[in-house]
Design a protein around this ligand. Structure first.
Ligand code: NAI
Ligand code: MG
Length: 477
């Protein structure tokens, strides 16, 4: 049985209460986590402040980069161990879990290299003045992580904050905390100074709320639901602390009749079913131009029928959902679609050897869905896609922009001018032309508009959010 503790000030610390760790592929309890409370968050914030005022704060940018690079190498070397842990904890097929571990290593490589390339500017000003800007770390950053991509989100959030010189307090999701703790172990062994990274596992309403509202925290990044994001922003607002919110979406892929359908086909489906659809940037709406609607739907259906669902260790196309609660939530949407008479075009199949206690659900493709139907509006966060026909470019834009979200959009066309026009017209933080996701590159700034949140993570852009700018105007005559 796995028995985990909290990681505070470089020490493994016990907590009074414990939370179960479930394997979503089997429904079995495989261990327990420490349930951190407000007092543990206090201790972690204090440890981060000490590190910031101490060894970590004194490290040069190049030294920070060097230790992050060392952690990156260690993550890469231990990618199989991390993948197996994540596969058990989240239920994601092993191949997808391994890709997450390698993405974390790549974030460490990227931000290690960026650490000593982040700098201010000089500004031409009045005669007799020299004016320049300094990019200073905030101090203590708080990171509230969801369960769907723990390693990738630690990579894009925590690693960027560390590279910029902050000390971090991380609250992983109660459903999936194991790789965050493994990451702390690796970072510790690689020589990250004590207190630069602290991990407090526990419930959102307890440890998470305590972190979001802590007066000693100077920046919060949160990935998760829009409802909790609003709570985080309100809590941070009471301390006048900046936040980065990444809150998911209802991202469309718009397919025009002139598109390369052979190329588009795998992207259209994979973007909906990867990680069992539990992906903030999942493409849950497929907008298909009328002349190719029927033909493309047939091809999508054939792909759906070939999808196999099973235990993470069997490494099929789709694993279980994270929990019984999430499965119920997704099932209720599917039932609602059927109840409203929407056509299920095709479903995937649950493998005969899938454990009976696992939270499996066949991927489900709905067709002919009205753009304002709840299935085309709500973030379902499961392996469910809806196909929507459209008749003109204007209509496609109207439908694409017709939700409260705005995270990602895909545009499939061979008409270059149309691709450029639509890239401007769609409301999204990332637009992909004739692809979707661009391989998830860590270099590409990522974030939303509207109820998808605000602020950008990934790429160099994230480093600006993890620093604050100071302007120095010196008069020398
Ligand atoms: P959630 O927003 O409750 O959980 C995300 C993180 O926030 C977890 O670490 C959780 O412990 C923490 N948290 C929860 N309540 C908190 C509070 N009051 N104060 C501070 N932290 C708190 O998301 P949940 O319940 O796991 O999933 C519900 C839905 O949210 C999903 O079906 C999906 O639609 C959306 N979601 C979106 C994600 C994304 O990647 N954008 C990730 C996870 C969920
Ligand atoms: Mg929750």
């Amino acid at each position: 049985m796995i028995e985990e503790k909290l990681f505070i000030a470089g020490q493994w610390v016990a907590a009074a209460a414990r939370l179960p760790v479930e394997d979503p592929s089997t429904g079995e309890t495989i261990g327990t986590l420490a349930a951190g409370k407000a007092g543990d968050i206090d201790a972690a914030v204090g440890a981060a402040q000490d590190a910031f005022s101490g060894a970590w704060g004194a490290a040069t940018a190049a030294e920070r980069g060097r230790v992050l690079a060392k952690i990156g190498k260690a993550v890469e070397t231990q990618a199989d161990m991390l993948a197996e842990l994540e596969a058990r904890d989240v239920g994601k097929p092993l191949k997808q879990a391994r890709a997450d571990a390698l993405a974390l290593a790549r974030y460490l490589e990227f931000y290690a290299g960026a650490a000593d390339k982040l700098h201010g500017e000089t500004i031409p000003y009045l005669a007799g003045y020299t004016v320049y800007t300094l990019r200073e770390p905030h101090g203590v950053t708080g990171h509230i992580i969801p369960w769907n991509y723990p390693m990738q989100i630690i990579g894009r959030s925590v690693v960027g904050a560390l590279a910029a010189g902050n000390a971090a307090v991380v609250k992983p999701a109660e459903e999936a905390s194991l790789t965050a703790l493994a990451f702390a172990r690796i970072a510790d062994e690689a020589g990250l100074p004590a207190g630069a990274l602290n991990i407090v596992t526990g419930l959102g309403e307890e440890a998470g709320a305590a972190l979001a509202g802590h007066p000693g925290v100077h920046h919060i990044s949160f990935t998760g639901s829009t409802a909790v994001g609003a709570l985080i922003q309100a809590a941070a607002g009471r301390n006048a602390v900046p936040v980065t919110l990444e809150l998911g979406g209802k991202s469309p892929q718009i397919v025009f009749a002139d598109a390369d359908l052979d190329r588009a086909l795998p992207f259209l489906v994979n973007a909906g079913i990867q990680n069992a659809g539990q992906t903030c940037s999942a493409s849950s709406r497929l907008l298909l131009e009328r002349p190719i609607y029927d033909q493309l739907l047939d091809r999508l259906a054939a792909r759906y029928r070939a999808l196999k669902v099973g235990a993470a260790r069997d490494d099929l196309d789709v694993g279980p959902l994270i929990s019984a609660a999430q499965k119920k939530r997704v099932e209720s949407y599917i039932a609602r679609g059927r109840g409203d008479g929407l056509a299920v075009v095709a479903e995937g199949a649950i493998a005969s050897n899938a454990p009976s206690g696992g939270h499996f659900l066949p991927p489900t493709l709905f067709a002919g869905v009205a753009p304002d139907h709840v299935l085309a509006q709500d973030e379902i966060f499961g392996p469910v896609q809806v196909a929507i026909p459209f008749d003109s470019e204007e209509e496609a834009i109207r439908i694409a922009n017709g939700t409260e979200y705005g995270l990602v959009a895909g545009i499939w066309t061979r008409d270059g001018s149309r691709a450029l026009r639509l890239s401007r017209a769609v409301r999204a933080g990332q637009v992909f032309v004739n692809n979707y996701g661009a391989g998830g590159g860590v270099e590409l700034p990522f974030g939303g508009t509207g109820r998808s949140g605000h602020g950008r993570e990934k790429g160099f852009e994230a480093l600006y959010a993890f620093t604050r700018l100071k302007t120095v105007a010196a008069f020398h005559g």
